[in-house]
Design a protein around this ligand. Structure first.
Ligand code: SAH
Ligand code: SF4
Ligand code: F3S
Length: 499
């Protein structure tokens, strides 16, 4: 594997140097302030206590990026606003993976035009995967002059200097990089409340599946150094976090670019040594790089949750070949059997695309057949969406959209019944859960997660948020279980707040 030799830089050191040049230094409250005590954000905006809002679309990597954006904003002295109406800066962190994701984000850009007319001093920024596509930048330049700042996934750690330019320049500031010039360590992250934390381990993707825009939007694969990852997990444990999810577009490629013979199985084993971390998750896994040794490492460490998210995409060998997935149906099934043998009770979930160009009824049946054979606990199913610049988008596609749509519905009917069956089989049993806290819809109901990442709704229990316990599962639906908390662990509720 070719070595990239991307330099590793410290966010803190680099930002401190930049801020010193501007006349700011990090004060005791963790905010960059000038000699008169004014925060960097106050000087940029001319307001004593400006607020910020970050909206996020897309996958967990985008969630993690948004935490890094918010973390940087906090260090500059921006507060958190509960809505656009009060925010002085709004950042839209976009996703490009399917047409619908792109439309949602651009719809929001359009909607904010009015806010910008009413409050011209609001700074509106668009970033994330969508802005890595040149056509988005062209569109925003031409049709969305109310957007002040456009940047991408490869320079989101440069927010202080991007903002300085955006506030000073009259015209739209656009700065998007095709590749990341450096792996940036110690980014401040304003993590969501709770005891669970995201930890990026590898950025980018080199797999080039023929339908996928992610290699364009996220650049080449770059692994963080093992020591940096483990040190971050240690800091998280010390700060009260109890669950970490190791993130990458393809975590199983981890380490290949470092050229040290250290891989994701090694990293998982090392993270499992960190005291205080009770559950370890990781996403996403590419079946091609999922080694038997990885399954063994999961089996050997009780902290690593027995949940395998293994996106299969299709059950047809020729479609898998066209997709450039690099495995066959038989190899995928071997992996599933290996997981079932070594990790009893494991949950196996997947992603499936229907309606890939030239997918025939027989190809589709092969997918249905695979779904029946594996018996996935859950599946994220998508209708193929052509993405500009990807090979598959240029291929002729005789399959009519209504046929694709029907295939999606047929697949969903099979999978939903299967998901429900898996959940129903758990009714009457007890499961170890991590209680999250009040559900979005009803404060009298708390959400909790099982080790296999199933959502359990339980009657609210005072003080249970952020604690592990045991839930008796009483009823099942397709995507959720209902239950009651039987016991809570004596552990001190997490002391969330790091970075
Ligand atoms: N890195 C992950 C996937 C990231 S994208 C992996 O390889 O598994 C998440 C899912 O979106 C993919 O698994 C795929 O099922 C779906 N997806 C990606 N590109 C798509 C497209 N052009 N149309 C429809 N679904 C797509
Ligand atoms: Fe996209 Fe394939 Fe990379 Fe996943 S592995 S992000 S589907 S190119
Ligand atoms: Fe979307 Fe980018 Fe994630 S395209 S799925 S936010 S990597």
């Amino acid at each position: 594997m070719e070595r990239l030799d991307v330099p590793v830089v410290s966010y803190n050191a680099r930002t401190a140097a930049f801020m010193a040049g501007e006349g700011f230094a990090l004060a005791a409250d963790g905010v960059y302030r000038d000699a008169a005590g004014r925060s960097y954000a106050a000087v940029l905006t001319g307001k004593p206590a400006p607020g910020s809002a970050v909206k996020t679309w897309g996958c967990q990597m985008n969630e993690a990026d948004s935490e890094a954006l918010l973390g940087q904003l906090r260090q500059m002295g921006y507060g958190v606003s509960d809505g656009d109406d009060r925010a002085d800066i709004i950042l839209l962190n976009t996703c490009a993976v399917r047409g619908t994701a792109a439309e949602h984000a651009l719809g929001e850009v359009g909607r904010l035009r009015r806010l910008k007319t009413e409050r011209p001093d609001v700074l509106l920024g668009v970033c994330g995967c969508l802005t890595q596509m040149p056509e988005t930048v062209a569109y925003l330049r031409q049709h969305a002059p109310h957007v002040d700042l456009v940047f991408g996934t490869n320079n989101l750690d440069d927010l202080p200097s991007l903002l300085r330019r955006a506030y000073r320049d009259e015209a739209q500031t656009v700065d998007v990089w095709a590749q990341s010039p450096a792996t940036v360590e110690d980014l401040p992250a304003a993590r969501a409340a709770g005891v669970r934390a995201w930890v990026n381990v590898i950025y980018g993707c080199d797999k080039y599946c023929t339908y996928c825009i992610v290699p364009t939007t996220r650049g080449r694969e770059r692994s963080r150094r093992p020591g940096d990852v483990v040190a971050e997990v240690r800091r998280l444990a010390a700060a009260g976090y109890r669950e970490v999810t190791l993130l990458g577009q393809n975590v199983n490629s981890y380490g290949h670019d470092l050229g040290a013979g250290y891989d994701f199985a090694d990293l998982l084993a090392d993270v499992a040594q960190v005291d205080g971390i009770r559950w370890i998750r990781y996403t996403t896994s590419h079946p091609r790089d999922f080694t038997p040794r990885m399954v063994e490492v999961v089996a050997a460490h009780p902290q690593i949750c027995e949940h395998f998210h293994l996106p299969v995409q299709s059950g047809s060998d020729r479609v898998l070949r066209w997709m450039n997935r690099g495995y066959t149906r038989a190899q995928y099934l071997d992996l599933v059997h290996h997981v079932r043998r070594l990790v009893p009770g494991a949950s196996i979930t997947t992603d499936i695309i229907v309606g890939f160009p030239r997918e025939t009824e027989d190809d589709f049946r092969a997918t249905l057949d695979l779904v029946a054979e594996v018996g996935f606990d859950n599946a994220f199913t998508f209708q193929y969406s052509p993405r500009a610049g990807t090979p598959a988008a240029r291929w002729e596609d005789p399959v009519p959209p209504e046929v694709k749509h029907q295939r999606l519905e047929r697949l969903n009917a099979v999978q939903y019944a299967e998901s429900r069956r898996h959940n129903e089989a758990l009714v009457g049993t007890a499961a170890e859960v991590l209680v999250e806290g009040p559900s979005r819809k009803d404060p009298a109901v708390f959400t909790a997660r099982t080790r296999t990442n199933r959502l359990v709704l339980v009657p609210a229990v005072e003080g249970a948020g952020g604690r592990f316990g045991r839930a008796r599962l009483t009823a099942a639906q397709t995507w959720t279980l209902h239950g009651e908390i039987e016991a809570l662990d004596e552990e001190t509720p997490g002391a969330p707040r790091a970075g």
